[in-house]
Design a protein around this ligand. Structure first.
Ligand SMILES: Cc1ncc(COP(=O)(O)O)c(C=O)c1O
Length: 397
């Protein structure tokens, strides 16, 4: 008879096989057992033929990776602790001292901050291109360019680029392109199958937003189609020791089946509110790719079609220049349902005022001058959100 301390750990009971339920089990591990030394020596960690160590995956993370790869139209997927970690992993994997990286001027801010900070410090030169001018991208590519970032729609100002043309330009130049596909969520368009069958090389996604859907998980993914590129990224991922918690993975697996429904609802609400704002005299400009006249609207329509469920629940307004920043702050403070907070894709509508001047190389010619506020729509009733905007506009004075 073993000591109880030992039998609490080493117990012969094995539950029957064949348990089947809608939601997969949560397998958490650092240590993974091997039946013998030969298995320990021969087991491969780089593909999904077995298990070696928690950092390299458990059945739970394998399942999410496979589902995300399918969603995005890719083949392989890596999970990382945040959307920003996905951006950083791609940069660290593909760039070396002396290289150049091209980033659209409306890219997610921390992508640019990483480039201005660590990447510059390591001798990598970032260059910023106009997302609405493919020729500017073409001109910016040099023999030193190793990576081009793409984003559709762009962060905060939501310009929609001519993505197929941007990809064609990268292909012609023989440069890898990586898309921040958080806005499209794998639902608005197929990043790996753009017009003409060409697609991006890498799609990164902040799972923090729509896939998690609850404002309570941070995670990112890196999806590829090319096995060699995947292995290159996977080696960097391993060397950086990037892991994700399996309870978080399970939360995303749980939310994924309803993502398309939620995304369509976020989209529907955003379009109703954006159109309502367009008719209000307080706003000089409303930015949403589905609005005629919004920068890049035609590109969005060509790639995504106009139907609901093909745009994220984000729109921005630029207040008429007669309203100062303090008045716009008062408007944001007066909102009751739209809560002040970063991120998007969860059930709660959010609002953030931005200092656009400090975020762009120069004030884009296609944008009116004024204070910009970005809204992300949650899953509340659109009538209540509209009433909230209306009552807060009264605070402008
Ligand atoms: C377009 C875009 N990409 C990436 C990220 C980063 O995601 P995370 O917050 O998970 O780091 C964000 C977050 O706001 C984002 O808006």
């Amino acid at each position: 008879m073993q000591d109880k301390r030992t039998s609490l750990i080493h117990h012969p009971y094995v539950p029957p096989e064949g348990f089947a339920a809608p939601q997969p089990g949560v397998f958490r591990a650092s240590t993974v057992f091997f039946p013998n030394v030969a298995a320990m020596r021969s087991r491969e960690w780089k593909d999904k033929t077995g298990y070696t160590y928690g950092l390299h995956g458990t059945p739970t993370s394998y399942m999410l990776e496979e589902r995300l790869a399918t969603l995005e139209g890719g083949v392989q997927c890596l999970l990382v602790p945040s959307g920003l970690a996905a951006i950083a992993t791609v940069a660290l994997s593909l760039l070396q001292s002396g290289d150049e990286v091209l980033i659209p001027d409306n890219a997610y801010g921390p992508n640019k901050a990483l480039a201005q900070g660590e990447l510059k410090g390591w001798g990598i030169t970032p260059r910023y291109y106009d997302p609405l001018d493919p020729q500017d991208l073409a001109r910016s590519i040099s023999p030193k360019t190793r990576l081009v970032w793409l984003e559709a729609a762009g962060s905060v100002t939501l310009e929609f680029p001519d993505l197929p043309e941007q990809v064609r330009i990268c292909r012609r130049a023989g440069v890898l392109c990586a898309l921040d596909n958080t806005w499209g969520a794998g639902l608005a368009f197929n990043a790996f199958d753009l017009e003409g069958g060409q697609g991006v090389d890498i799609s990164i996604h902040a799972l923090t937003k729509y896939p998690s859907g609850g404002c309570d998980v941070l995670m990112g993914s890196i999806v590829t189609r090319d096995p060699q590129l995947h292995i290159r990224l996977k080696l960097t991922h391993m060397r950086l020791g990037l892991g994700v918690g399996m309870n978080d993975v399970e939360a995303v697996l749980r939310a994924l089946p309803s993502m398309a429904l939620r995304y369509r609802e976020h989209d529907r609400t955003a379009r109703v509110l954006a159109r309502w704002c367009q008719a209000r005299p307080e706003f000089a400009q409303v930015l949403h790719p589905a609005l005629t006249g919004s920068p890049g609207h035609a590109h969005w329509q060509a790639l995504c079609g106009a139907q609901e469920g093909r745009a994220a629940g984000l729109f921005s307004v630029i207040f008429d220049a007669r309203y100062g920043a303090a008045q716009v702050d008062a408007f944001c403070d007066a909102l009751r349902l739209f809560r002040l907070g970063y991120s998007w894709g969860g059930p709660i509508s959010l609002v953030v005022p931005y200092e656009l001047a400090g975020m762009r190389q120069s004030w884009p010619a296609h944008l009116a001058r004024g204070t910009l506020v970005r809204f992300s729509t949650g899953l509340e009733a659109v009538e209540d959100l509209q009433a909230d905007l209306q009552q807060a506009l009264a605070a402008l004075g």
